[in-house]
Design a binder for this molecule. Structure first.
Ligand code: ADP
Ligand code: ADP
Length: 228
């Protein structure tokens, strides 16, 4: 599903964020990416949806070659991938329904099919009754649930999340994790960068630790491994 071979990333300012990553992630896996600030976690995540390109090395996401992918083909890649951010990144001028429908409208689905699918995912995240509300009218946890609905509405094979619980109180964070677990159990690969020690140590999955742009640990069912 995801393959990196000697992936190296040097930013224009000379900082080497990834210093030769080698990793394979299979379809259906749940993977936590952990490590100190500045380790390269976000760069690793951004590479997967081609927000950044490797400076050298090989990288494939679902057989798409990220290093050589043409800019005009990036939307095609992103339709295979759901992305969830710490700060939700919802469109403030659109209501909940419209935020979720947007991803389907751009791929020209039929209106009836869009409506059915949007209501289905809003039901999954428990927000069907708030379809007409705007992001600013929702709590942080609700906004994150909208962003999760948006990320899965296309039925992507992989969901990528960068600190998805970082702005949420602990109880709300667990609600969000329950959704991720359900999405993963339905067969979607989940890759999540996190600093949440308690979640990593409780909901056990593969843990990949990155430090100084290198994978320093890769353990199935591992623990967070740093002091909280
Ligand atoms: P993490 O997510 O683990 O905190 P990042 O991938 O954000 O790590 O950053 C890795 C390193 O790359 C850091 O030294 C950071 O300052 C640097 N970096 C990240 N993004 C950029 C950028 N757009 N331009 C230059 N340097 C960057
Ligand atoms: P929580 O305590 O669950 O994190 P809040 O206290 O922010 O959330 O909100 C509780 C409920 O009130 C939520 O269901 C949210 O949709 C609603 N709500 C919050 N802010 C507003 C607002 N500005 N306008 C309308 N409804 C709101």
């Amino acid at each position: 599903m995801i393959q990196m071979k000697n992936v190296y990333k040097k930013y224009p300012n000379g900082i080497v964020a990834l210093n030769g990553l080698n990793v394979e992630i299979e379809q259906g896996e749940f993977v936590y990416i952990v490590g100190p600030s500045g380790a390269g976690k976000s760069t690793f995540i951004k590479m997967m949806y081609r927000e950044e390109r490797p400076s050298s090395g090989q990288m494939f996401v679902d057989d798409i070659d990220i290093a050589t992918l043409k800019n005009r083909k990036v939307p095609m890649l992103r339709r295979q991938i759901g992305v969830v951010f710490q700060d939700f990144k919802l469109l403030t001028k659109l209501n909940v329904y419209e935020n979720v429908a947007f991803a389907l409208e751009v791929i020209e689905e039929k209106p009836q099919a869009i409506k059915k699918r949007v209501m289905e995912v809003l039901d999954l995240v428990g927000l069907k009754h708030k379809a007409k509300m705007f992001p600013t009218e929702l709590s942080g946890g609700e906004q994150q649930r909208v962003s999760i609905a948006r990320s899965i509405v296309n039925m992507p094979k992989v969901m990528i999340a960068d600190e998805p619980t970082g702005n949420l109180d602990p109880e709300t964070a667990w609600d969000i994790m329950n959704l991720f677990e359900r999405i993963n159990k339905a067969g979607t690969t989940v890759i999540m960068a996190t600093h949440n020690q308690q979640i990593v140590n409780t909901l056990r999955h593969r843990v990949i630790a990155i430090e100084g742009g290198l994978i320093v640990r890769d353990v199935a069912g591992g623990d967070y491994g740093y002091e909280g």
